[in-house]
Design a protein around this ligand. Structure first.
Ligand code: HEC
Length: 142
């Protein structure tokens, strides 16, 4: 009698323990390991100083470049290397405010692999992208 009771209890504990182990395992694995926290967004120019005026902004200057030269391969339908440059949120995933090391800057500078995809005045567009990320800290509009 007592023995049967004990093993039932042991089985219960085993099942319970397994469930916990599974839960812990699922909880421990990060949902998106390659995801870097979103770049700190320059919502307002709280930095003060003389550079509060945004000269290069996403909506005004950058989106037109990306739409004409990049979205054919990095858009909602085809997104090479999982890069979607058709939205501001998508671009933020490959850009960090203030960093010349941002993927989009490295890819579009004159020795970068995506430079050739820039049409027209390549050098000017490349510099615009750099200035937007590094100097204007990914400003959305001006
Ligand atoms: C003809 C198609 C095509 C066009 C146009 C294109 N790309 Fe790409 N892009 C690719 C492919 C393919 C890859 C992945 C292979 C690689 O890394 O070289 C890539 C990769 C990238 C990456 C990510 C690389 C990584 O390591 O994850 C970025 C950022 C990027 N492109 C930006 C741009 C920008 C900005 C433009 C517009 C100036 C552009 N691309 C235009 C095809 C394209």
């Amino acid at each position: 009698m007592q023995r049967a009771h004990r093993s039932a209890l042991a089985l219960g504990l085993f099942v319970w323990g397994t469930a916990i182990a599974f839960t812990a395992c699922g909880g421990a694995s990060p949902t998106s390991p390659s995801e870097v926290p979103a770049a700190t967004q320059p919502t307002t120019g709280t930095g003060g100083g003389t550079t509060s005026t945004v000269s290069v902004a996403y909506v005004n200057d950058i989106k037109p470049i990306l739409d004409s030269d990049c979205v054919s391969c990095h858009g909602p339908r085809i997104h090479e290397n999982n890069v979607d440059l058709s939205t501001y949120a998508g671009v933020l995933r490959v850009a960090q405010a203030g960093s010349a090391n941002s993927l989009i800057v490295r890819e579009t500078r004159s020795n970068g692999p995506m430079y050739v995809n820039l049409t027209g005045n390549r050098a000017a567009k490349s510099e615009l992208i750099r200035a937007w990320v590094v100097d204007n800290r990914l400003a959305e509009s001006r």
